[in-house]
Design a protein around this ligand. Structure first.
Ligand code: BV8
Length: 233
């Protein structure tokens, strides 16, 4: 890993799998017999908001029972020790990176533990259900929705992500199948920008052919080993 100063790390559901959080393509990818891609859309929310609220209320409650694993803790250690630029861009809507101790984290697809009011446009910390239409803590309107990016919606902070990619020497992808864009396209951008690329995943992904190197294995093993290498252990 010759002269690496600035790093961008993309994470997906695979890094939280060993914490007991279902991946998208694991667990049959269904909710109440609906393809997840069909529930996680603004159209589904308009058509059947209770179905969508139940989906997110269940997942919001579930992640609060789960704990970070060795992969989250290892990335938090790297985040604390690394002197260069480092950005963890996660597709995950759970808070396990932060509970693992990481701070340089960007949730490009939103967060379960926030509710977004479509009347006053404020995002508020939220831990309970939304299906019962609780009032917005700011404007009292009963128009709260999950603060997640649905299919067809623009991911968050895309400019900040591309800005970090332009400054980076190394792009690392952890626990993602490379099935969802624009996240799945970051490795191509990284190659176009001439940086080193590394994939850490349980199995080869749809984007593996784009990476200089792929290391296969459970995140709780391959991530701490890679971090130890980066910190010169
Ligand atoms: C958009 C939040 C306009 C909600 C999510 C180009 C081509 C084709 C289609 C498109 C395209 N561009 C856009 C699209 C449409 C669409 C898309 O990509 N569709 C797919 C299905 C084909 N994209 C969008 O709609 C995006 N918006 O494009 O807006 C735009 C225009 C211009 C510029 C920008 C934007 C919005 C997509 C975001 C949707 N919201 N999540 C919620 O969570 O409910 S996506 C959601 O699914 C996740 O956030 C994540 O992104 C994705 C799931 O993927 P993974 O995280 O990778 O999980 P998966 O289960 O698939 O894989 C797990 C991996 O882990 C596996 O490889 C497995 O081997 C590995 N693993 C398992 N266990 C372990 C492990 N690895 C290590 N250790 C283990 N123990």
């Amino acid at each position: 890993m010759s002269q690496i100063r600035n790093i961008v790390i993309l994470t997906g559901a695979g890094i939280s799998a060993e914490s007991g959080i279902d991946t998208f393509r694991g667990g049959g990818g269904l909710w109440e017999q609906h393809r997840v891609e069909d529930v996680a859309t603004p159209e589904a929310f308009a058509r059947d908001p209770n179905l969508v609220h139940r989906f997110y209320d269940m997942r919001r409650a579930a992640i609060q029972e789960r704990l970070p694993n060795a992969a989250h803790f290892a990335l938090a250690e790297l985040d604390a020790q690394w002197r260069g630029d480092l950005l963890i861009v996660t597709q995950n809507v759970d808070d396990l990176h932060e509970r693992g101790g990481a701070s340089r984290v960007l949730h490009m697809h939103g967060e379960h533990l926030k509710a977004w009011c479509t009347s006053c446009d404020i995002r508020s910390p939220w831990r309970g259900p939304l299906v019962n239409r609780p009032p917005c803590p700011v404007c009292q309107a009963r128009t709260l929705r999950p603060d997640v990016v649905w299919f067809g919606e623009m991911p968050y902070q895309m400019e900040r992500i591309y800005g970090a990619l332009r400054q980076a020497d190394l792009f690392v992808s952890i626990g993602t199948s490379g099935a969802v864009y624009p996240a799945a396209g970051f490795v191509q951008s990284a190659r176009d920008l001439g940086m080193q690329t590394l994939e850490l995943n349980l199995e080869r992904s749809q984007g593996s052919h784009w990476f200089h190197e792929t290391r296969l294995g459970p995140a709780s093993e391959v991530v701490p080993a890679w971090v130890a290498e980066m910190l010169g252990g």
